[in-house]
Structures are given as structure tokens and as C-alpha cells.
Design a protein around this ligand. Structure first.
Ligand SMILES: Nc1nc2c(ncn2[C@@H]2O[C@H](COP(=O)(O)OP(=O)(O)OP(=O)(O)O)[C@@H](O)[C@H]2O)c(=O)[nH]1
Ligand SMILES: [Mg+2]
Length: 222
């Protein structure tokens, strides 16, 4: 049979990059700092936000976009517990968000009184890393139960990170997590990313993450 194969991935990613650049410029005009939060399913993204945002909320007006394949669970949790403006995005099966999907979602969102926009991306350690969402930084989490070797096995996620935060630090002994090895493995993928350890429920390390984020946000905003 006669057939043809067409490589489309590179073009999709190139087009996404230019949409992301335009979106970043639009948000800059509105004086909004945009954080893309990425990690595996159940790694503690929402729980970290629940403990981190009350600190950042003292200084910044925050909105959260929750991206999931389905359900409103995380959006309801954030808006109820933190009284923060929240938007739920459904991808209908897709395992990542493109910049276009973010831009489309933001059309229905009033950003006029917002300084800080946070996207909790779909729980996935692979696909979301491939797509620039238009964010100013990628905040990547790795939960202790996943293991200290994950930066070696899922390189791109750790390469695109500005900050890497280990979560569920309270479980490190049960899961035999080697913190030094974790740092070394992140460094193999990324020379510059700031690295933190947190246990959200106990509040461990949260102030340090908030301080580091505050520095980046305040440097960016007018
Ligand atoms: N022991 C411990 N458990 C935690 C910690 N942070 C989160 N968890 C638990 O981990 C589970 C998943 O947490 P979520 O915050 O829902 O994780 P998520 O990454 O937002 O999950 P998805 O949005 O479904 O991908 C919950 O049962 C949390 O209570 C922590 O610091 N320590
Ligand atoms: Mg969540």
C-alpha cells in the first residue's frame, strides 16, 4: 500500500510557542505574573496551594485556574477554602494544556483586579512539560513517594522548571527518599532551578517557597 507519513509535532510546538509569547506579553501589559504548576497526579499540587496561597494572598490579588480532564473538585476546594477567584478548565481527555487553551479559558475570566495568576496543570509528569502555557515560570513538584530518581526518568519536566519543590517530606523515611540524591538528580537536568522540601499539611518549608516566589513576583510586577 502506498502511504505517506507527516511529522506534525514540531510545528504544533512551534505554533504553541508563539501563542505563548503573545499571551505572556498580554499578561505583562495587564501587570500579571503567571505561574504554571506541574506535577504527577496526587503529588500534592492543590494541597500546596491551600497552604501557600494564604501567605501570598496578604500581598497579591490571586486567581487560580484548575485544569483537569473532568470534575470541579479542585476548583471547589480552592474557592471554598481560600476565597480566591477560581476557574475550572476541562480538557476533555487531553493530558496537557496548550497556550491557546489557556488563552481561550481566560476570555471568560475577569483579570482586571489580579496580580498573580496560577495554573494547576493536569496531573502528569510528561505531556504538560512539552507545552509553554504562556507562564512566567514553571513550578514543578515531586512528591516523596514517587522517588528521588524521577528527574532522571522524566527529564523535560525538570529541565523546564524554574523551581522544584519536593512535597510530602513527612513521608521521607517510609519511602527511603534520599534528599541529597534528589538534589543531584535535579541538578543533572537543571543547573539553575531553586530546590525546596515541603510538607504542606505540617506547614514545613512553605514560608521558604512563599519567600522565593514573592521575590520573583515582586521583581516582575511594576
Ligand atoms: N502525608 C502527606 N500527604 C499529603 C501532603 N500533601 C498532600 N498530601 C495528600 O496527598 C493526596 C493528594 O493531594 P492533592 O493536593 O489532591 O494532589 P494533586 O497533585 O492536587 O492531585 P491532582 O490534582 O488529582 O493531580 C491527598 O490525600 C493529600 O492529603 C503532605 O505534605 N504530606
Ligand atoms: Mg489537584
Amino acid at each position: 500500500m502506498d502511504y505517506k507519513t507527516v511529522e506534525v509535532k514540531e510545528d504544533i510546538i512551534r505554533r504553541n510557542d508563539s501563542t505563548a509569547d503573545l499571551l505572556r506579553a498580554e499578561l505583562k501589559k495587564k501587570n500579571i505574573f503567571f505561574i504554571n504548576l506541574m506535577a504527577s497526579p496526587g503529588s500534592g499540587k492543590t494541597t500546596l496551594l491551600l497552604h501557600l496561597l494564604p501567605i501570598l494572598k496578604k500581598k497579591y490579588r490571586i486567581a487560580v485556574m484548575e485544569a483537569d480532564i473532568d470534575s470541579e473538585v479542585d476548583a471547589i476546594t480552592i474557592s471554598k477554602q481560600l476565597d480566591i477567584k477560581t476557574l475550572q478548565i476541562h480538557t476533555g481527555g487531553a493530558c496537557h494544556l496548550t497556550a491557546q487553551m489557556v488563552e481561550d479559558a481566560l476570555k471568560d475570566f475577569d483579570l482586571s483586579d489580579i496580580d498573580l495568576l496560577i495554573l494547576e496543570n493536569i496531573g502528569n509528569l510528561v505531556c504538560p512539560a512539552e507545552f509553554d502555557t504562556g507562564a512566567n515560570m514553571n513550578l514543578v513538584l515531586l512528591s516523596i513517594p514517587e522517588g528521588d530518581d524521577k528527574p532522571l526518568k522524566y527529564p523535560l519536566m525538570f529541565e523546564v522548571a524554574s523551581m522544584v519543590v519536593a512535597t510530602k517530606y513527612d513521608t521521607r523515611e517510609v519511602f527511603d527518599f534520599d534528599v541529597e540524591k534528589f538534589h543531584q538528580n535535579v541538578r543533572k537536568r537543571n543547573k539553575d532551578a531553586e530546590i525546596f522540601e515541603t510538607a504542606s499539611i505540617e506547614g514545613y518549608g512553605i514560608e521558604d517557597v512563599a519567600k522565593a516566589l514573592d521575590k520573583r513576583i515582586s521583581n516582575y510586577l511594576n
